[in-house]
Each structure stands twice: as C-alpha cells, then as structure tokens.
Design a protein around this ligand. Structure first.
Ligand SMILES: NC(=O)c1ccc[n+]([C@@H]2O[C@H](COP(=O)([O-])OP(=O)(O)OC[C@H]3O[C@@H](n4cnc5c(N)ncnc54)[C@H](O)[C@@H]3O)[C@@H](O)[C@H]2O)c1
Length: 374
C-alpha cells in the first residue's frame, strides 16, 4: 500500500461529487465512475462545471484555481479506468445489494492494495465488504451532508481493517481539511445513532399539544442550537429521516442498547410529502409543558451516547468532537451532563430507560456516576 495520490469515487452525485471536489481542491487526482456516459457528462456539468463557475462568478475562487481543480478530475462509466486509484470511495445509492456488487466489481478491476471505502450511512461495513479479497484494506469513510462544508468524517474500522488502512484514511481526511474521528463498525456508526434517536424522541410528541414549531423551539432551547431539529429534518428530507429511523430501529430495538419506536407522526408527514410547518400551529410557552419534552430529549441523548462509549464504538472525546462538528451542537453530550450535574443527568437517563426507549447503560445501573473526564 503506497501513499494516496489518486482517488476513485463511485457514484458522483450529491455526496460523491462533493467528496471528489473536496479531494481535487486539496490536490488529489480524482477519477469518478457513474452508471453510463450520459450520467458521467450530466454530473460533471452540474457539480464540477456549473458548481465551480458559480464560485468563480462570486469571487470565491479564481479562474486559475478552477482550472487547476477541473484538470484533476475525470469521469468514466467503466470500472477498468479506476485501476490507477490508490483509494476508492463508494458513494452510490443506499442499497445493500448494489453496494455489495460494486465492491465485488472493484475487487476485480482495482489493484489488490487499493483501499476500498464506503460512504454508506446505514449498512455495516463488514457486510458490504464480505466478498472483497484482502479485507484488511477495507473501511468506512462517512462524510456528512453537505460534504463540501461539514468538516466531520467518521473513519470506520471493521474487524478486518488493518492499522495501515485506518491510519492512511485518518491522514487522508486530515489532508482534505476534514476533522476525522475514529469509529468502530456499528449500526449508524457514532453520530447518527445520537441524531436519529433525538429526532425520533422529539417527533413522537408531535400532536395537539406540541406543534412542529413548538418542538423545533424545544430542541433549540434544550441543545442550544441555532437551527432546530425539525428545521434540519425539513432541509435534509423527511424521506431520508423516516427510512433511517426504520433502519436504526430494526438494527437496535431488540439489542442490549434498545432504540425508540418509529414515531407515527414521522411516517404520516413523510407520506404527505410535505415538510413540517414551522411557522403555524399553537406555540406552547408553559415552561413545565416544554420541560416534559426537553427532559426526554436530553435523557435520550445522554443514554445513547453512554451506550456508544460503553460499547467502544467511539471514544468519549471523539463523540464530543464529532457531535459538535457534524451537528453544530455547541456542547457534546458529556459536557452537557457534567454541566447539569451527574445526579440530574442520571435522573434523565433513568426516566428514559423507564419509558422503554433504551436499555440502561451499565454505568447508570450503579447509581449516580462521577463527572465525565472530558
Ligand atoms: N445525502 C446525504 O445526506 C448523505 C449523507 C451521508 C452519507 N450519504 C450516503 O452517501 C451515499 C450517496 O448518497 P447521495 O445522497 O449522494 O445519493 P445520490 O442518489 O444523490 O447519488 C448516487 C449516485 O450513484 C450513482 N450510481 C448508482 N449505482 C452506480 C454504479 N454501479 N456505479 C456508479 N455510479 C452509480 C447514481 O447514478 C447516482 O448519481 C449513500 O450511501 C448515502 O447513504 C448520504
């Protein structure tokens, strides 16, 4: 395994194009693969040509810089053109069978020492790579939307991933001006279990008492965020949010972690094909009524975060950093617990566990733990 100089991207749309453009802007040669010649052309025109021309027109990039980046990017509809790549990042549609087939094809056409990584949001890396030869060169490289702006990258080790592969991907992410965190293979990895369970708990309250606008406001107050969770769901798409909720519940509800039920209002709203109405609806201002949801939201964040570190999916420090970087929460879950005091944090965790949302993390089974070492 040599150094990474040429990067292959399979699937050059919303995520793949942003990942490829990011790498080319940092000096890497990028070869992307799309399904056919037509898509090779249209994705190039949309993301590379128009995307960069807009930046030049706005004065965010010079023509010379744009020419340098475009000179590093080429597209193909055939796997054999990915043969020179040192790293291939798969960012195709989120379908398990399709991804497994892509990795079988990459195995055939790419060098045996090329690193193969997936940007999947929900599938276990181990499953996607099951039929790849030399699995020590496989891993997950999970970027966050919008990948040209969001700095976090989860570098995911499956049990076969070698130190050499993992270290090469951590270094690659750093050289791409990203903030990489180390994560072990787990459903949704480290950040999504926290975010997805948060919106599932919040949305479950949607109804006569709590309008979507009230719930958005509660999430802002509870987490100290500028953009509320309901607003984020409107912008990232309710379809994606619903499917991710179903998938996480399938993976974890019966495990020793547990997971919230898929909230009916999320299904209904997704089926309506409309975003949440964040302007209308009665707003609650009774602090006691707001507090009911705030406590359930925070209790859920604390409980899943503690499970993730107890299961060694991620370190406490990387989860703090990851949540702040990917979700723009001003504080990570463990600093929030320390700030409110561990007795109060334990009360919220116990309330969450008693509601049946999650199983109890070990450390909270032994009374009130001492403050987290951040
Ligand atoms: N969109 C997000 O917010 C987000 C965030 C993180 C991770 N992801 C993950 O990134 C991946 C891509 O997501 P997206 O939103 O960019 O999807 P998308 O549907 O916008 O793009 C997928 C692209 O893959 C191409 N493709 C499909 N099969 C292919 C093949 N065999 N060879 C080459 N190209 C192929 C399609 O033509 C399409 O252009 C998914 O696994 C998704 O879960 C998405």
């Amino acid at each position: 395994m040599g150094s990474i100089e040429t990067v292959g991207i399979v699937g050059f749309n919303v995520m793949g194009a942003a990942i490829g453009l990011n790498a080319a802007s940092c000096g890497y040669r990028v070869i992307y693969k799309e399904l056919n010649d037509e898509l090779v052309r249209t994705t190039y025109d949309r993301w590379v040509k128009s995307g960069l021309e807009k930046r030049v027109a706005k004065g965010k990039m010079t023509q010379a810089e744009m020419d340098k980046v475009t000179g590093l990017i080429s597209g193909t509809a055939g796997y054999k053109d990915l043969a020179p790549c040192d790293l291939i990042i798969e960012a195709a549609v989120e379908k398990m069978d399709l991804k497994i087939q892509i990795f079988k094809d990459l195995d055939k056409f790419c060098r045996p020492d090329a690193i193969l990584a997936s940007n999947t949001s929900t599938f276990l890396i181990e499953k996607l790579m099951a039929s790849v030869s030399h699995p020590s060169r496989t891993a997950g490289l999970h970027y966050f939307f919008p990948a040209n702006i969001n700095k976090l990258v989860e570098v995911i080790r499956q049990k076969e991933t070698s130190d050499e592969t993992f270290n090469a991907l951590m270094a690659f992410s750093g050289k791409n001006n990203k903030v990489p965190i180390a994560v072990n293979d787990f459903p949704g990895f480290a950040i999504n279990p926290v975010f997805i369970s948060s919106y599932m708990v919040l949305v479950a309250f949607c109804g006569d008492t709590y309008s979507a606008a009230t719930l958005d406001e509660i999430s802002k107050q509870a987490l100290g965020v500028r953009y509320g969770i309901m607003w984020v769901l409107n912008n990232s798409g309710l379809g994606t949010a619903y499917h991710a909720a179903v998938s996480m519940n399938d993976y974890l509800a019966d495990s020793d972690v547990g997971f919230p039920l898929v909230p009916e209002p999320l299904k209904t709203q997704f089926e309506k094909g409309k975003p949440w109405d964040l302007e209308g609806g009665p707003m609650v201002d009774d602090p006691a009524v707001l507090n009911v949801v705030k406590e359930r939201l925070l209790g859920s964040v604390f409980t899943i975060s503690t499970h993730l570190i107890e299961k060694r999916v991620v370190s406490l420090k990387d989860l703090e950093l990851g949540i702040k970087t990917a979700l723009a929460w001003p504080k990570g879950p463990f600093s929030m617990m320390n700030d409110m005091g561990m007795a109060e944090a334990a009360r919220l965790v116990n309330m969450t566990v008693e509601s049946g949302t999650f199983k109890r993390p070990k450390i909270f089974a032994e009374g009130v733990p001492s403050a987290w070492e951040l």
